[in-house]
Design a binder for this molecule. Structure first.
Ligand SMILES: Cc1cc2nc3c(=O)[nH]c(=O)nc-3n(C[C@H](O)[C@H](O)[C@H](O)COP(=O)(O)OP(=O)(O)OC[C@H]3O[C@@H](n4cnc5c(N)ncnc54)[C@H](O)[C@@H]3O)c2cc1C
Length: 390
């Protein structure tokens, strides 16, 4: 085998601080996240210790306001951190992205009192979050959700079932979208629900084809009572809050996808340089060189696309269409690149002795979560054709 170490990605970062941050993330990834990844994924082990370390290191609240415990980093920096984490282990990169998604509503729409009360613990106090939009009968058509929140004095009582919740059952807090009014998007309100609320329970985690270390579970709300002080935003504003979080979250998924693809390319290149057939490294054969060139090009294109969208967001400009494009392109690229990685490793690529097959299984979920890639096309086309088009 050729043991040429993968070259770190040459990144354009805006400040000295962000360069130091990336160096820290690479060190943590190299030391704590990558080594046990394969074994822990196989065993379905969630690395809670890693999330505690990331929280202590200030890496769980990077894109949020420093006044409330966040890292004050631009999105272009936060996303490159996510990419590095996902390259080491998707369960960690995606987990950080989901945690960030769960913080988005309160950080963007909470009152000053709510933010002061909750955000410091969420952004850097060791808590882990989850985001509860999907339900068993309401996936792509998220505005049809049926979980109800009914007003009772100063409280709300939440009843219903959420599905597919990343960190379901282990999160310390849940951002929950529930119906407080009539049908459709305008009847939905957002709430911040503590993980230990009475009446809240989780089903056994789903048995998934990949990302087995990341628990995904149904959550049952059986008359869960939360005070009105835990309502995020106005009554009926929940779907707007949910979609705003998803615009930002989709960029997180795009960055994670490029991390997974980069890990697959690094693996493929090292293998192709070391494996000999016909008395030559297989990397000498043009058939494989062209595959490697295409893989690297897809990765660079995807990285450029998510960073361009992030820079729009950092500049305070609309970025929803570009976020959907980045999610679509980067996750399709990750699927193609990881599939090619298995091919480059030949028979060995099809075994669990090498990470290529795990990366391929992991890439698949990224085409599904936070709006399937069909839904991203719906979003992009709606932007092109105008808001009144369907
Ligand atoms: C591992 C994992 C983790 C997840 N984590 C979370 C989480 O933390 N929080 C959360 O709220 N949700 C989460 N989800 C749910 C995820 O967002 C949904 O699975 C996704 O939105 C699709 O919904 P669905 O599975 O109900 O599929 P459906 O909506 O039933 O779609 C089935 C198929 O129909 C297609 N389709 C549907 N409508 C259209 C249309 N209009 N045009 C074209 N094609 C269409 C879809 O693209 C898909 O191919 C997670 C899912 C998984 C697998």
């Amino acid at each position: 085998m050729n043991d040429r170490a993968p070259q770190p990605v040459d990144r354009q970062l805006p400040t000295e601080e962000s360069r130091d941050l990336l160096a820290l993330v690479r060190e943590i990834a190299q030391r704590e996240i990558r080594p046990p990844a394969a074994e822990q994924e196989e065993a379905g082990h969630f690395p809670r210790d890693v999330f505690s370390l990331l929280s202590e290191s200030g890496l769980l609240g990077l894109p949020y306001d420093g006044e409330f415990g966040g890292g004050d980093q631009p999105y272009e920096v936060y996303l490159q951190v996510l990419e590095e984490l996902a390259a080491a282990r998707l369960t960690v990169g995606l987990g950080v992205s989901v945690h960030s998604l769960a913080c988005h509503g309160l950080a963007g729409y909470g009152t000053k009192e709510q933010k002061a009360a909750h955000l410091p613990a969420m952004l850097g106090g060791g808590l882990l979050g989850a985001y509860c939009l999907s339900e068993p009968s309401s996936g792509s058509d998220a505005a049809s959700l049926g979980t109800k929140a009914v007003r009772d004095g100063d409280d709300w009582v939440i009843t219903g079932t959420k599905a597919w919740i990343t960190h379901g059952g282990i999160a310390d807090f849940y951002t929950v979208l529930a119906r407080t009014g009539g049908e459709g998007p305008k009847g939905i309100t957002a709430f911040l629900v503590p993980g230990d609320a009475e009446g809240l329970s989780a089903a056994a985690p789903e048995k998934k084809m990949g990302m087995k270390g990341s628990p995904t579970a149904q959550l049952h709300f059986d008359g869960v009572r939360v005070p009105d002080a835990r309502r995020i935003g106005e009554e009926g504003q929940g779907f707007t809050i949910a979609l705003a979080a998803l615009d930002a979250g989709r960029l997180g998924i795009a960055a994670c996808a490029i991390g997974v693809a980069q890990a697959a390319l690094d693996e493929s290149l090292a293998y192709a340089l070391g494996r000999k057939q016909f008395n030559r490294p297989i990397a000498d054969f043009q058939g494989l060189r062209f595959m490697l060139a295409d893989m690297a090009t897809k990765i660079e294109a995807g990285r450029s696309l998510y960073l361009a969208a992030a820079r729009l967001r950092d500049a305070g400009k609309p970025f929803s269409r570009q976020a959907a494009m980045a999610k679509l392109f980067c996750t399709d690229a990750a699927m193609a690149v990881t599939t090619d990685a298995v091919q480059i490793l030949g028979g060995y690529g099809y075994t669990a002795d090498f990470p290529a097959e795990r990366l391929m299984r992991e890439a698949k979920v990224l085409q599904i979560v936070e709006g399937t890639n069909q839904i991203q096309r719906v979003v992009i086309a709606r932007h092109l054709a105008g808001p009144e088009s369907r």
